[in-house]
Design a binder for this molecule. Structure first.
Ligand code: SF4
Length: 523
């Protein structure tokens, strides 16, 4: 083969070498029993039609390219946001390998998370023994100060009871009675990664507060709690801290994985770094209020805050875009009595200036959009503020009330009138949508690149470029450090959108002597 030690090539362009090409062609001819290229093309064309779209939308028993991940993945992220906390998944090892690699690929960081590796015997007799050994070993080996336990589908299918098993492990002396092991049942045949985050957060908050409410008094510590939800943009944690500090607000960020997911390369491995402390969680019910930055994805958490902490859990939308951020800051100001700082007012003005500068390019541009419920709602609102037109909105996991809320946002703007909202649908549905009613761009995670490739395969004029905003982003580097919330995040979004538009225009106008009379230096 053509690989040689003096000149090691990566798989691309290595597989374009003649010997690999010959080998692939032989394999196709001898073993694949493939259809002719003409037949493949015919079927491909059919999958781009209205007729196929109708069949596709009648599909009930199959998900293709799902626009979600599974519940325990969310619970692992939530656990990583607490100081010296080891995420522990009760269930099969393969699932946990998937969670770790998923986060590795997105954050480009090692992810500490253990599994108690249930196999066939545990699937038949239950996984209590795995929990006994798992807790004892995980504590001894990795020395956490908290173990946050969630479950995979296997443990849920056989009905393992975490409360009972953890209680028994403590009674039997596998782990100290007072060692914190909050837990959440996270069956992935329901919900999504966002449900798992919410369940784990509720589990941790419940563990530290439910039996200790007697000496708590709402407002007594003068703080505001901020619950980020399933947040994968590290810049969003940082911008929240900056905005609170700018306004001189005493606050607690409940679940903050910024340090552990962004450790410096200084020769020192940190299994744990930063994070919300146990004392901060215990003190959280004394705050003035708890603001949920992803309210549509924090249903269990809201119930606990209202029902147990007796706080209002004030109604806010995700602080994304201009109005979203305005409302958030005004709510913080109202709750604390502190004015919005001058520096934030200036920042707002800069955002308005940016929006005005880019308006001509974004006005009327059509977008398809998918992602988690709160992100999609916030992004829809911001697109409309920019004069852009969302035409397909897809969210795999959201309820009917969410759909109604997004519809109201669309109805309030002339730019929203041609938009359809799709719930419980996947990216194969989105593929049909962009073929039959073409947007100018798609906004979503890396999985949209397959849709972009397919649209290009039909012809350049059908191509729908992908703007990567969301989770996961595996095929571009360092975007998880960016910011999508607050005025700063809105600036990042405007920059991403408008430069994608300009890049596309350059691409369309660079043909020499044909379209390059519009290949302008100044846009
Ligand atoms: S869906 Fe269930 S089985 Fe699959 S990785 Fe997630 S927890 Fe494991």
């Amino acid at each position: 083969m053509s690989q040689n030690v003096e000149n090691i090539k990566p798989s691309y362009p290595l597989f374009l070498d003649d010997d690999y090409q010959d080998s692939l062609a032989r394999k196709r001819e001898l073993y694949e029993e493939s259809h002719s290229p003409e037949k493949v093309q015919e079927i491909f064309e059919w999958t781009t039609t209205e007729e196929y779209k109708e069949l596709n939308f009648n599909r009930t028993a199959l998900t293709i390219n799902p626009a979600k991940a599974c519940q325990p993945l969310g619970s692992v992220l939530c656990a990583l946001g607490f100081e010296k906390t080891l995420p522990y998944v009760h269930g099969s090892q393969g699932c946990v390998a998937y969670f770790r690699t998923y986060f590795n690929r997105h954050f480009k960081e090692p992810i500490a998370c253990v599994s108690d590796s249930m196999t066939e015997d545990a699937a038949v007799f239950g996984g209590q023994k795995n929990i006994y050994d798992g807790l004892e070993n995980a504590k001894a080996l990795y020395k956490p100060e908290m173990i946050a336990m969630s479950t995979t589908c296997m443990a849920e299918v056989i009905g393992d009871d975490l409360n009972a098993f953890i209680g028994n492990a403590k009674k039997e002396g596998y782990i100290a009675e007072d060692f914190p092991v909050p837990f959440a049942h996270t069956p992935s045949f329901a919900g999504s990664h966002t449900t798992g985050w919410d369940a784990m957060f509720e589990g941790i908050a419940r563990y530290f507060t439910i039996n200790n409410m007697d000496d708590k008094e709402v407002g007594s510590n003068g703080k505001i709690n901020i619950v980020p939800g399933f947040e994968t943009y590290l810049g969003n944690f940082r911008v929240m801290k900056r905005m609170m500090e700018d306004m001189d607000i005493d606050y607690t960020l409940l679940s903050d994985p910024t340090e552990v997911l962004d450790t410096p390369a200084d020769g020192k491995y940190r299994m744990y770094d930063g994070g919300t402390t146990q004392d901060e969680v215990k003190d959280a019910p004394n705050a003035i209020d708890t603001l949920l930055l992803q309210p549509w994805q924090s249903l269990k958490t809201r119930k606990l805050i209202k029902g147990t902490w007796n706080q209002p859990a004030s109604d806010i939308a995700i602080p994304m875009g201009l109005t979203g951020t305005d409302e958030f800051l005004m709510k913080v100001s109202e709750l604390t009595g502190k004015p919005i700082s001058e520096s934030l007012e200036k920042e707002r003005g800069r955002l308005v200036d940016m929006i005005t500068d880019s308006h001509t390019w974004l006005h009327g541009k059509k977008f398809a959009l998918w992602g988690d419920a709160d992100f999609v709602l916030g992004m829809t609102r911001f697109l409309l503020e920019l004069g852009a037109e969302p035409i397909h909105i897809l969210c795999n996991h959201a309820n009917k009330r969410w759909q109604k809320a997004v519809q109201e946002i669309l109805d309030a703007s002339p730019y929203g009138e041609n938009c359809e909202i799709y719930r419980s649908k996947d990216l194969w549905h989105m593929r049909s949508l962009v073929f039959t009613n073409k947007p100018d761009f798609m906004i979503g995670n890396s999985y949209g690149k397959f849709i972009q490739r397919d649209t290009l395969a039909k012809g350049k004029e059908f191509e729908v470029p992908l703007i990567r905003i969301g989770f996961p982003i595996f095929d571009r580097h360092h975007m998880h450090r960016d910011t999508t919330l607050g005025y700063e995040g809105a600036m990042y979004i405007v920059r991403s959108l408008v430069n994608s538009v300009l890049e596309r225009i350059d691409e369309e106008t660079r043909i020499m002597g044909v379209t390059d009379y519009n290949y302008d230096l100044v846009r």
